[in-house]
Design a protein around this ligand. Structure first.
Ligand code: AP5
Ligand code: MG
Ligand code: ZN
Length: 207
């Protein structure tokens, strides 16, 4: 059976970490607007480059992200969708292009989110996620998986992290409420080890 999973959560909630595990476990596509935009940060659009929005912690305009998601989903059999929809217009667009089998919210306290974001390191080559305290690599600055260099995302400064959280509470909380009102939202406590959180998500997907 193919799975169409939507993973919602604030910046730092663990969407990327858990999506990678889900993609592995179920052989589905990891569709993430954040990674897609980072790979095309300098792309000229009629609104400017994605970089100009992302480095400020603001949302990239809907037409740009809608197009990315539509293309990615039309190629995917099953998927885990991470980082989209982030406002009600995107949620409306998504409902027109696909059905979902599971909608899961990763619930994490705000101060924990800030610590996770400011300590995050990502592999410049393969994109694997680390954290200086919570998930350190075996050798500092070096990716366990591919030996690539670990870097800090430009939007992971404390100031920009807090701005991204504001943007989440203003724009994306209404999306969470929308799925809750529809009765399809399952909330998962995201404050445990990544493996424990994954077990909780797997329970939801399989039951
Ligand atoms: P995006 O890349 O999606 O960033 P985000 O939503 O802010 O989420 P993050 O990637 O920061 O967090 P995450 O939940 O994936 O957490 P992670 O697993 O890495 O978007 C970036 C920007 O792109 C946006 O600001 C916007 O400008 C633009 N954009 C993207 N999508 C858009 C859209 N739809 N519309 C408009 N604009 C869009 O974990 C975080 C850290 O915590 C890591 O270090 C990890 O190792 C650690 N960690 C994870 N799980 C645990 C755990 N259980 N315990 C301890 N530590 C943990
Ligand atoms: Mg992410
Ligand atoms: Zn790597």
């Amino acid at each position: 059976m193919s799975h169409r999973i939507l993973l919602l959560g604030a910046p730092g909630a663990g969407k990327g970490t858990q999506s990678a595990k889900l993609a592995d476990e179920y052989g589905v596509e990891h569709v993430t607007t954040g990674d897609a935009l980072r790979a095309n940060k300098e792309m000229e659009t009629e609104y400017g480059t994605p970089k100009s929005f992302m480095d400020a912690g603001e949302l990239v305009p809907d037409p740009v992200v809608n197009e990315i998601v539509e293309a990615a989903l039309s190629d995917a059999d099953g998927f885990v969708l991470d980082g989209y929809p982030r406002n009600l217009d995107q949620a409306e667009y998504l409902s027109e292009i696909t059905d979902l089998d599971a909608v899961i919210l990763l619930d994490v306290d705000e101060e924990v989110l800030v610590d996770r974001l400011t300590g995050r390191r990502v592999c410049d080559d393969c994109g694997a996620n680390y954290h200086v305290d919570f998930h350190p690599p075996e050798e500092p600055g070096v990716c366990d998986d591919c030996g690539g260099e670990l870097i800090q995302r430009e939007d992971d400064t404390e100031e920009t992290a807090r701005e991204r959280l504001e943007v989440f509470y203003d724009n994306t909380e209404p999306v969470v409420d929308h799925f809750r009102d529809e009765g399809v939202l399952v909330e998962v406590d995201g404050e445990a080890t990544p493996d424990e959180v994954f077990d909780r998500i797997r329970d939801v997907v399989e039951n």
